[in-house]
Design a binder for this molecule. Structure first.
Ligand code: SF4
Ligand code: FES
Length: 250
């Protein structure tokens, strides 16, 4: 396949960026999207030009590093997959493909297609954990009976890989799907109850401090989420937040 790529190039967070055109030929339909970018970068390096910077690590849909806005959609046209799992057979010979970074005020561009998603880390650090005594008296988690439905929903919430596609998909750049998944994975389990009140209050506070917008109720985040994180998590976080606001911890 021969393709025309329109790629966002930006030197750093302070510089203005712009779309730059590249032509790429002999792309195999079996290549992943990131392998196609690898081929482009090899050709740029051979010509003495700067390669296009983009995030990646596992390349198997686990780590949440890859983060491209492809033809206006986070992680591209497929559903339930990350950019690294997208294959070139999804495109046709002669196509023009627009490749941009995830756009949100809280995700400043570091370079080209790489954005700084450390805001997610700070939300997680504000409460996305449980305090367990690991000094030798730890209770085996499997010794605590948990109703299967709750265990399954907690597991589903825990599959969030923190990629940020939900933010990029939202016209308000809301991080509610991400934050609610991180709240829910503990709210559904007995181990998460000790810090439950502080957790939801602190994580929502940090989410707002980072500059993410409020939920638009359009559901775009759920549609674009590669892990199928459900909007029901946002409803659960709102209930947890209301309960915590009415009975704050000491
Ligand atoms: S909720 Fe989905 S889209 Fe958002 S960070 Fe988690 S895995 Fe990515
Ligand atoms: S590179 Fe790890 S999820 Fe895509």
């Amino acid at each position: 396949m021969n393709l025309k790529l329109k790629i966002w190039r930006q030197q750093d967070a302070k510089s203005a960026g712009k779309m730059v055109d590249y032509n790429i030929s002999d792309v195999s339909p079996d290549m992943s999207f990131l392998e196609m970018l690898d081929v482009l970068n090899e050709s740029l390096i051979e010509k003495g030009e700067e390669p296009v910077e983009f995030d990646h690590d596992c390349r198997e849909g686990i780590c949440g590093s890859c983060s491209l806005q492809i033809n206006g959609e986070p992680h591209g046209p497929d559903r339930g997959v990350t950019t690294c799992q997208l294959h070139m057979r999804r495109f046709k010979d002669g196509d023009t493909i627009y490749i941009e970074p995830f756009r949100a005020k809280a995700f400043p561009v570091i370079k080209d297609l790489i954005v700084d998603r450390s805001a997610f880390d700070r939300i997680q650090q504000a409460g996305g954990y449980i305090s367990v005594n690991t000094s030798g008296h730890t209770v085996d988690a499997n010794a605590i009976p948990i109703e299967k439905h709750d265990a399954d929903r907690a597991f589903d919430a825990a599959t969030c890989i923190g990629c940020g596609a939900c933010v990029a998909a939202c016209k308000n750049a809301s991080a509610m799907l991400f934050t609610s998944a991180k709240v829910s994975q503990f709210a559904l389990l007995p181990q998460g109850q000790v810090e439950a009140t502080d957790r939801v209050l602190n994580m929502v506070k940090q989410m707002d401090l980072e500059g993410f917008g409020n939920c638009t109720n359009t559901g775009a985040c759920e549609v674009e989420c590669p892990k199928g994180i459900s909007l029901e998590n946002i409803a659960r976080m709102n209930r947890e937040y209301l309960r915590a606001s009415l009975s704050p911890a000491d």
